[in-house]
Design a protein around this ligand. Structure first.
Ligand SMILES: [Zn+2]
Length: 434
């Protein structure tokens, strides 16, 4: 039997390909492997795998040590049992290093940042106002237990200084990773960034590119992010050296973040981009890794496509319930503010009900099933507010016959295209994102 193996690393799926490649004569090699076509497969892990990657169970054949999908993709049984294939997680997401800044819930840790004398106090190389702004940006994140303080004397945790020409022309800055429970100890700034690049097109700027203020600000937020352990959001696809690999610092996915977050301040290869605030997933990452109150959770939101027009929604406060996908086909689509997983003062339970049609609904009404017997209480998702307040935003409720119940913090959300939508009332209030 002639077999060809190829390792395919694609969206975290590491599989062996059999028989899919053409040989020298452009023929598909298919000998000897189609011998168990009619076996009935009963393997929950395989079902999840197929669900996640969109394969039909009917197109999977079983062999002694592996499954063969669409006569093409081999899935090793032992690897499946060991959890070696990514089913619930998304490796191309925001991630942190193994070591982060030592800190504990409910306690703010102050990080002292000092600007070295090598950073000028005036002129185009003066990054000082933007450094101060970047620290304010970090400090503006709600429920975030690190607090950055600019100091001019005494001890410091992070020193920001000139690179003294250590960095290459196209490297704007460099940060250290956390070590020993402390933030990375310094940030180097390339004060003549792109000098050579400009020279190569005939522009002689001894100080390099005159870095715009918004670009300076974004870069400092980005480097501080590295100092406290954030990897590049696009660490797998970063065209500036990706995939970056785990290395010795490690790569740990932050649940609820995902692929291709173009707005993430932690994307690599973006040294010339302007500050445009944190993305909502940046906020999630900060509040997930360093929460003051660890009982806060994003209201993770899911959608199931029965067809291009028939959909159903679902929600959870616990990532472990569905992750990126559930065995029942609900796909993660983001989060709707933050709720609490315990009953904080002034909050009420948020109930999830299931309708006899198998569609879910969330409400603070404890008596829904009494009024509408087609609904059955499924579980308490968490706790929310019933009135406005500081740092709270309303969640609006909509309904469409084909798409079921839809909840959003955006009144008139662009999700609701087409006709048939009704509603728009406030269902409850959650902790706001930005
Ligand atoms: Zn970076």
């Amino acid at each position: 039997m002639k077999k060809r193996f190829k390792i395919l690393l694609h969206f975290g799926i590491l599989v062996s390909l059999f028989s899919c490649e053409l040989d020298q004569n452009n023929q598909i090699i298919d000998e000897g492997i189609l011998k168990k076509e009619n076996s009935i497969i009963n393997d929950k892990n395989l079902e999840k795998f197929a669900d996640y990657y969109g394969f039909k169970m009917a197109n999977i054949k079983e062999f002694d040590d592996f499954y063969l999908i669409e006569d093409c993709i081999g899935v090793d049984k032992q690897t499946l049992i060991n959890g070696g294939y990514d089913i619930k997680s998304n490796p191309n997401a925001q991630a942190r290093t193994t070591g982060i800044v030592n800190s504990t819930p409910w306690v703010i840790r102050t990080i002292r940042v000092r600007i070295d004398n090598s950073i000028p106090t005036s002129g185009v190389d003066n990054w000082r106002p933007e450094i101060a702004q970047a620290l304010d940006d970090m400090n503006s994140i709600n429920n975030f237990r690190l607090h950055f303080e600019l100091v001019t004397s005494g001890s410091h945790d992070i020193l920001i200084r000139s690179d003294n020409n250590v960095l290459q022309d196209e490297q704007i800055a460099l940060a250290q990773w956390p070590a020993g429970g402390n933030p990375g100890f310094e940030i180097l700034i390339n004060l003549d960034f792109w000098r050579e690049a400009l020279l190569s097109i005939g522009v002689n700027e001894p100080g390099g590119w005159n870095v715009p203020s918004g670009v300076k600000r974004r870069n400092i937020v980005h480097e501080i992010g590295h100092n406290i352990g954030y990897r590049h959001t696009n660490h797998l696809t970063n065209n500036n050296g990706g995939p970056e690999g785990a290395g010795t610092i490690g790569v740990h996915e932050i649940p609820g973040t995902w692929t291709n977050d173009a707005g993430s301040v932690m994307n690599g290869g973006t040294a010339t981009q302007t500050w445009n605030n944190f993305s909502v997933l940046d906020i999630l990452a900060n509040r997930a890794v360093y929460p003051i109150d660890p009982g806060e959770s994003p209201l993770f939101t899911y959608v199931k496509d029965f067809s291009s027009t028939i959909k159903s929604h679902n929600w959870t406060g616990e990532w472990s319930e569905y992750g990126n996908i559930s065995s029942s086909g609900y796909n993660y689509r983001g989060y709707t503010g933050f709720i609490y997983l315990y009953q904080k003062a002034n909050t009420v339970p948020l109930y999830r009900y299931i309708h006899s049609s198998n569609n879910y609904y969330i409400t603070t009404n404890p008596n829904l099933a009494t009024t509408y017997p087609s609904y059955t209480l499924n579980k308490t998702l968490g706790y929310v507010y019933t009135s406005p307040g500081s740092n709270r935003i309303p969640v609006y409720e909509y309904y469409n016959n084909n798409q079921g119940h839809f909840f959003t913090t955006n009144f008139g959300d662009s999700w609701m295209t087409g006709s048939g939508w009704s509603g728009g009332g406030i269902a409850f209030y959650v902790e706001k994102i930005l």
